[in-house]
Design a protein around this ligand. Sequence first.
Ligand code: FAD
Length: 437
Amino acid sequence: MAEVDYPASWYAATRDADTARAPLATQAEADVAVVGGGFAGLHVARLLAQKGKRVVLLERRRIGWGASGRNGGFVGPGYAQRSGALIDRLGLDRARQLYAQSQRGVAIVRDAISELGRPDILMGTGKLSVSRTDQGAGFADRTRRLAEQLGAAFEPWETSRVRAVLATERYHQAIHDPTSFHIHPLNFALALADDIERLGSVVHETTDAVEMTRDGSFWQVRAAHGAIKAPHVVLAGNADLGAVQPRLARAVLPVATYVAVTEKLGARLGEAIRWAGATSDTRRAGDYYRVVDGDRLLWGGRITTDTTEPRRLRELMRGDMLSVYPQLGNIDIAYAWPGIMGYAPHKMPQVGEVETGLWVCSAFGGHGVAQTAAGADAVAAGILGDPSRCHLFASFGTGWAGGAAGRAATQLAYWGLQMRDWWDEKRQAQNAETLRT
Ligand SMILES: Cc1cc2nc3c(=O)[nH]c(=O)nc-3n(C[C@H](O)[C@H](O)[C@H](O)COP(=O)(O)OP(=O)(O)OC[C@H]3O[C@@H](n4cnc5c(N)ncnc54)[C@H](O)[C@@H]3O)c2cc1C
């Protein structure tokens, strides 16, 4: 049975009772082999199992051990790449179709939670994307125009409305998306895995897929003590795919980010945050947070290509919380943990068939809870004979992400963007000060 345990997190501490699954120890046959037990692999497996396919899923550690079981839990449309950049690159029609596919991902997650009979996994509704600089008079019109272009439901909130629910002067206007919601991601992953088994497919844990070869019209995926022969293989390993397909493994850059959860804060949290939805700020690597367990603050933020955990992670996260809500005063951090996001250079997911019967569903970056379902839906439809939804992602390749040089370039770009965010805020604060004096 699986010997690997989950890293300490609030999610692991509040997860459903779960039984470790046996590693692969036979020569098995399947319609589809899936590598990776995060949301991407789980959704592909479940969507195909629902259509009667026999799927075998291999997970190196535990179900939801990677990004899927330790993220912020925000579920919403869009992608890691901004919609404006997608319109510029692809034109309005294609960008709108891609956005619609992400909305389909949101719907798949919402429907799955209800089909699984687990309303408790859905922890709150609505999301605010708040700006830390004043967006000026045209903000509302610009936001409405973009929503109309994309077929989106988001709407502008003026600063007074934002500050009525978030008691901080750091924030100005916001974009409110009523279709977003937030979940317990680890329990969702565990419930998806249970459902895959209920549908007659198989899930193995502590099974590292280390090699794959072509065998006529089949693929052989090998692990230490067994192998799977299948006409289709889906690689859903995020930034950690490893030796099983080195070229695709090199195409995804690992970027670390962090989450912390406070001890119970009592009434002072409700006075600072009078909003049951999720919140993130619009900086390039901004804060994202929500209230969980009644009066704990779950706070995510910071990104770095250095994937070693900072020694003073708890202090760093506490500092970030207090820089926005100093009125919270003394706060103790109960849990703090790192997670790895996988990014392709174009910041869009890699979704599609890269060779006959070899599919990829990966690189969802920091926007993956709904988007993995959107990608999985496209891949599952492709395997079932309808390639049209995979075509939406076809212009985003699976090329090399640059290795160590790519990591250094990404880190430099990130620092540059962070400086720009800092400078924008500082300049506005100085202007406001000059006007007051
Ligand atoms: C801290 C953090 C906060 C985030 N917050 C949000 C958020 O609030 N909202 C949002 O939309 N997105 C968020 N994201 C992003 C989101 O979590 C990811 O995009 C998404 O979970 C990726 O799912 P995945 O299945 O592709 O990858 P993962 O969940 O990482 O799963 C990949 C799995 O594949 C396994 N694996 C890899 N290679 C092999 C192999 N060779 N053999 C067997 N198994 C293998 C790994 O062990 C791993 O479990 C966040 C990410 C992080 C890290």
